[in-house]
Design a protein around this ligand. Structure first.
Ligand SMILES: Cc1cc2nc3c(=O)[nH]c(=O)nc-3n(C[C@H](O)[C@H](O)[C@H](O)COP(=O)(O)OP(=O)(O)OC[C@H]3O[C@@H](n4cnc5c(N)ncnc54)[C@H](O)[C@@H]3O)c2cc1C
Length: 442
């Protein structure tokens, strides 16, 4: 019997170093490449909004178009669907699919459709292979359940492990099962102020440009910048969609260290990629606890939900100029620096006393580099319900502004100075506050 497979793309939108795709391509007689834009967004019933931001949509759309062109060069094409379960079922039924493959690094929280289809089609052969991580579970001296509860402990056990060499992209693919099918409407570039171009080709070009410059050799000194393309690697959007492989980046970093320089800064790029690695395994271990109010702890934080404060934080109209500037940058571009993310999250939890999950959900919607483990894991860390042994990280926003934006160039660029409204427009007993005499008389 002829083997007819579906390769189900998720967060691995590339041909390079894609072991799951390679396995499918070698084993199948015919192959259908499918991606579903039915993307889960947590807490979507809130003001956070029903769907992902324009910036995220545009980056995704560009990544899918790029992938389709790469597949066409190999005589194939990409089928894009939007209602995962019924449309996947139709493809399976109409074409007599016998095998389905995907990247196994998709987190359990985002695997509901995969599991339902598995249950529905017990006769189909399902295979998953890890595409996006640096290490394989069997390389660790611990089981997943014993993943260390802090990054430092994890790093000590992982950083000297051998990283598999990246695989080269396939140079031929099995023939397609269908003719190209029409795609649903996707985000368009003119609708967003994008900093990054989606897709493997742009991602690889960006990585090459970065490693052909001097920037890696000073990364550790510059990495806390707030604005601009050069102070950090900017690999995250391509890593999040899987347009770049983490192993490929490490391979290129090692080459830079051999050929140009190996110093504290080049080590620190690896160090940060280990943070990413840690949060991937952390999310796999903790599953539903990633989005629970008490995180991985057994006590919930002493915070609540205040719609007005939440709106002000999202719109960048809080009394804190540095936070406003970061939030406006995020809304406009879909990106924010790591330093900025730490400050806005600390403000959210400590100054605004808000339930951290709403902040994480808003960032999930906005960030072009949204990644489940990195976003929810970092939020937990800053809210004191995650992998932080100290459990309380409050940043002094004035001091941070003095250090990282002493001339307020970043704040002025993103118009972080608002009229410094009071945080709330009513007092605890619901009386309006700070009304000016003219308003009272009006
Ligand atoms: C509240 C909060 C939310 C975050 N949400 C995300 C997210 O959704 N997606 C995401 O990729 N990163 C997230 N981060 C981590 C970090 O801010 C971004 O990875 C980084 O800013 C991306 O820019 P870069 O590629 O230039 O990073 P660089 O500084 O150049 O770092 C290189 C790579 O290392 C990894 N990395 C760096 N810092 C971290 C970190 N703290 N945690 C995990 N990985 C890291 C990323 O893959 C990054 O691309 C979040 C951090 C915080 C504090």
């Amino acid at each position: 019997m002829s083997k007819k497979g579906i390769y189900w793309f998720t967060t691995d939108l590339r041909l390079d170093d894609n072991p799951a795709l390679k396995m499918a391509a070698e084993a199948m007689d015919q192959l259908l490449f499918v991606y579903s834009v039915d993307i889960p967004v947590r807490l979507s019933h809130l003001q956070v909004g029903p769907t992902i931001s324009q910036n995220r949509q545009v980056f995704l759309s560009e990544s899918l178009h790029c992938l389709n062109e790469q597949l066409q060069d190999l005589g194939q094409h990409l089928v894009v669907i939007e209602n995962t379960q019924p449309e996947m079922a139709r493809l399976i039924d109409d074409h007599g699919i016998t095998h389905i493959y995907r990247n196994s690094d998709q987190h359990g929280l985002d695997s509901a459709d995969w599991l339902k289809i598995q249950t529905h089609y017990p006769q189909i052969n399902f295979s998953e292979v890890s595409n996006n991580r640096l290490f394989r579970l069997e390389q660790f001296p611990f089981e997943l359940g014993e993943l260390p509860d802090s990054f430092s402990k994890f790093r000590r056990k992982a950083e000297k492990l051998q990283i598999d060499s990246p695989l080269s992209p396939p140079n031929h693919l099995p023939p397609p099962i269908t003719d190209p099918l029409p795609w649903p409407q996707l985000g368009q570039a003119s609708e967003a102020q994008t900093l990054f171009k989606g897709g493997e080709i742009a991602g690889v070009r960006h990585m090459e440009t970065y490693f052909q410059s001097d920037l890696p050799s000073t990364y550790k000194q510059t990495r806390n910048g707030l604005d601009g393309m050069d102070y950090s690697t900017k690999f995250s959007p391509w890593l999040a969609q899987g347009c770049l492989s983490a192993r490929r980046i490490i391979h290129r970093l090692n080459q830079y260290e051999d050929e140009v320089v190996s110093n504290d800064s080049t080590y620190w790029i690896y160090f940060e990629l280990l943070w990413r690695e840690y949060f991937q395994w952390y999310a796999e271990k903790h599953g539903e606890q990633m989005i629970a109010f008490s995180g991985i702890k057994d006590r919930s934080p002493n915070t609540s939900f205040y719609p007005e404060r939440f709106q002000k934080w999202c719109q960048g109209t809080t009394p804190y100029p540095i936070v406003n500037a970061c939030m406006r940058q995020l809304k406009a571009t879909g990106y924010m620096s790591n330093r900025g993310r730490q400050l806005v999250a600390s403000c959210f939890v400590h100054e605004l006393s808000l339930d951290w999950r709403y902040g994480a959900a808003y960032m999930e919607q906005q960030l072009v580099d949204f990644d489940l483990g990195s976003n929810w894991g970092n939020w937990q860390y800053l809210a004191g319900v995650g992998a932080d042994p100290r459990g309380h990280r409050q940043f002094d926003l004035n001091k941070q502004t003095q250090i990282y934006d002493p001339k307020q160039q970043f704040i002025n660029h993103w118009q972080g100075h608002t009229d410094n409204f009071p945080l709330d427009s009513t007092d605890p007993s619901d009386w309006p506050i700070d009304l000016k005499p003219a308003e009272i008389l009006a």
